[in-house]
Design a protein around this ligand. Structure first.
Ligand code: ZN
Length: 266
């Protein structure tokens, strides 16, 4: 199985990162992608990605924008462009909009500015996108449609939109990634999404350390728990977990052009 989106670089894993990786490997994890958050964490993500079976993306998460200004954004976009050009990253992200976190019009406009700026970099370097979208799917789609998506497409990480909307994102060459909310007993809307997504466009992820799967939602989330997401997706689609694990792994490796290197922690 392959975790298409986690934050192994976060502080929550500083004390036991190797044990967490070993744990993941022992339950059958063959690879994972660390999604970028901001410049501060970028170097660690890149160095972790030097290990077999670990990849990283670089970007500016919408949460990292709160309280920042235009001058900051200009500097950060330039640094991001440089870091991506220097290599070592398989995509651009997280980037996107979060209208749940940003309720003020000015904050939302700033998120959009950062989003558009990062989209331009992704198109120039043709890097697949890792998109964060919360309570904003129509606005986000409009921006993507107007600005354009890189040829290499991307993923809607931790998809929380409706099943009705996925057609729009699929048409833009964005895959639908399913996270731990699929394990919640009341995830009816997400189960419709899981059913409506074509098998070759489906990814699975943990988004660890946040949002642990049901029933231990209060605990730290880890990549090893991806098996619970896969089980929930398999149940919703009426097929075997192994099938989902294999198909989603194939999809992720193809989307981010990862080859077949596997996680191998001593
Ligand atoms: Zn994330």
């Amino acid at each position: 199985m392959f975790d298409a989106h986690c934050h192994l670089d976060f502080e929550a894993f500083d004390a036991d990162r190797d044990a967490v990786l070993l744990d993941a490997q022992s339950v059958g994890m063959s690879g994972l992608i660390i999604a970028g958050y901001d410049r501060e964490r970028r170097a660690l993500a890149r160095s972790l990605a030097e290990r077999a079976g670990i990849w990283a993306t670089a970007g500016l998460h919408p949460w990292a924008l709160l309280g920042k200004d235009d001058a900051w954004l200009e500097r950060e976009l330039e640094a991001l462009h440089g870091d991506l050009l220097a290599g070592g990253f398989c995509g651009l992200g997280e980037l996107g909009l979060d209208f749940y976190r940003a309720t003020e019009p000015a904050d939302r406009a700033f998120q959009q500015k950062a989003f558009v700026g990062q989209l331009a970099i992704a198109r120039e370097l043709d890097l697949p996108l890792v998109i964060h979208a919360v309570k904003c799917h129509n606005s986000l789609y409009e921006i993507l449609r107007q600005e354009g998506v890189p040829k290499s497409g991307g993923m809607m990480h931790g998809y929380s939109g409706s099943a009705r909307q996925i057609g729009n994102f699929l048409m833009l060459n964005l895959d639908i990634s399913i996270g731990t909310p699929a394990t919640y007993p009341d995830a009816h809307k997400l189960r419709d999404v899981i059913l409506a997504t074509p098998g070759d466009r489906l990814l699975v992820e943990t988004d660890a350390p946040d949002r642990a799967p049901h029933p231990d939602r209060h605990l730290r989330n880890t990549p090893a728990l991806l098996a619970l997401v896969i089980a929930a997706v398999a149940k919703a689609r009426g097929c075997k977990p192994d099938e989902i694990a294999r198909q989603c792994e194939r999809n992720t490796r193809r989307r981010f052009q990862l080859g077949d290197e596997r996680l191998s922690v001593a």
